[in-house]
Design a protein around this ligand. Structure first.
Ligand SMILES: [Zn+2]
Ligand SMILES: [Zn+2]
Length: 120
């Protein structure tokens, strides 16, 4: 039984794992701050909540729904999950860019660069 009840990384959509009492995105090497954790936990627990549109552009980086890992889409100033209707609070981009460095996630198509050289 996990205490966090299943939360997905807002930056890459991977399921977060709990380690030493903190939530970690293993794919990105990113630990969540308590602040971000409480925001995401609230999003998952509260269900879809109407949020005011952000006063800024969400930019080109993708966001993923913490409840189901679905890639969110921007619509009328809101970053919204097409699967469940949850919206990212406008505090999220600041939290992520300022406090949560996330490693670039390798896509399967990038793996072709491996050498695979097993000769001795
Ligand atoms: Zn991640
Ligand atoms: Zn969702």
């Amino acid at each position: 039984m996990t205490a966090h009840g299943g939360i997905y990384c807002p930056k890459c959509g991977s399921p977060l794992t709990e380690r030493d009492g903190e939530l970690l995105c293993e794919a990105g090497g990113m630990y969540l701050s308590l602040r971000l954790r409480s925001i995401l936990t609230g999003m998952v627990g509260n269900g879809p909540v109407d949020v005011p549109p952000a006063s800024f552009g969400w930019g080109g980086s993708p966001y993923f729904c913490p409840a189901d890992g679905t890639r969110m889409a921007e619509s009328e100033g809101r970053m919204r999950c097409p699967a469940c209707g949850r919206c990212m609070p406008s505090t999220i981009p600041y939290q992520l860019t300022e406090f949560h460095p996330h490693a670039a996630v390798r896509r399967p198509e990038d793996a072709g660069a491996d050498h695979g050289d097993s000769s001795a």
